[in-house]
Design a protein around this ligand. Sequence first.
Ligand code: AMP
Ligand code: GLY
Length: 435
Amino acid sequence: MTENNVLVIGSGGREHALCWKLADSPFVKQIYCAPGSVGISQIKKVESVELNIKDYPALAKWCKEHTIDLVIVGPEDPLADGIVDGLTAHGIACFGPTKDGAQIEADKDYAKKFMTKYQLPTARYQSFTDAAAAKEFINNAPYPALVVKAAGLAAGKGVVVATSKEEACQAVDEMLTDSKFGAAGETIVVEEVLEGDEVSVLAFTDGETVSMMPPAQDHKRIGDGDTGPNTGGMGAYCPCPLITPDQLADVKDQVLQRAVDGLKAEGIKYVGVLYAGLMVTKSGPMVLEFNCRFGDPETQVLMTLLESDLYTIMKACVDGTLKQHQVQWNTKLSAVGVVIASKGYPETSTKGCVISGLSQVQSNPGIVVFHSGVSRGANGSLVTWGGRVLLVCARANSLRAAAAAATAAASAIDFPGAQYRKDIAHRAFSNMQGQ
Ligand code: AMP
Ligand code: GLY
């Protein structure tokens, strides 16, 4: 059996889940993760390493010295900065799109123009750099143009879904006049409000073939019942029943394959994960956004349902041979992930609180715990180290059983000020009742 070394870039729960799954592969000998985390280092075969991921020649040299045959990039920032271009120029294979490909996430104006050109279903919109023109449009648009988005990367905070024209105009001023998001908000997209259920559909691609993952749903708001401010995501579950098999088939053809084909027509061979953030409206799924990478926390639940060898799939994407592979998912189980966040999140976060109850929860074979923001404290204890601290994922043969198990596991983990939602997957349950 061939033995390969891989380097995973990132340190969050998503990268923890990727390392956890990669470690299962008989084809992987050693996993390095930069910068990694305490939890990531606990996985067999994995070593966390400190590397300057912006110095591409030095990073490529390190990869050669450590016989890395695949670099897997977790977050969007390094992709948008061109890490894949920088490393492939030195002969290092990367799972992730080039800088041009990453624009699909990093530049919402580009993404909207692209979707219009290739006729992907998405909300009506106009882009602006001038505040007066944007406000005039909001006040006179023939549809509710109340969603204001900074075109650039703003760590998930650059979107305002306003409930009135005044509020939308205020968001325009904050972005274009007050430069709230700096260069990321120099161009804005003003978009029609869509209504429906949000679903995340991710796909592996080698730039030609698209292999769709089962649908998942994130929970952006901090509070039960989807209340309170937006967060990086307080939980996720998979499969999500809020999109039908027919709609998924359309998403595969009319969104994911069409996007990959369109990118190819633009001269971009898109390799890696293409993530479509969808609103399932009354007239069908519409694209809210594309991400150029795995989602967090969706990846944590998805990886627990992936039956195929992750390394083999990623290598097939890089080698352009995805067509020859059938990616297998566990279709009998459901997975629910509950995020435990620190006190004050999302506005602030608390560091250094000792986490208790973890080993008891981890001894349950139905539960997997992924670290998002955990560090090592005095006496070897684990302490909180960021806004989102942990995600506990439960698998069971029904969504309800998985949700109950994940919520129970979250309640057994404690630290001062811990907050978690007790209603992950609630929209799926309301939908099931309606049937
Ligand atoms: P985005 O980063 O573009 O996905 O936007 C962040 C969040 O804003 C999404 O997850 C949605 O909850 C919301 N959102 C974005 N666009 C729209 C839209 N056109 N209509 C309603 N909600 C939206
Ligand atoms: N779950 C949303 C994201 O990864 O952007």
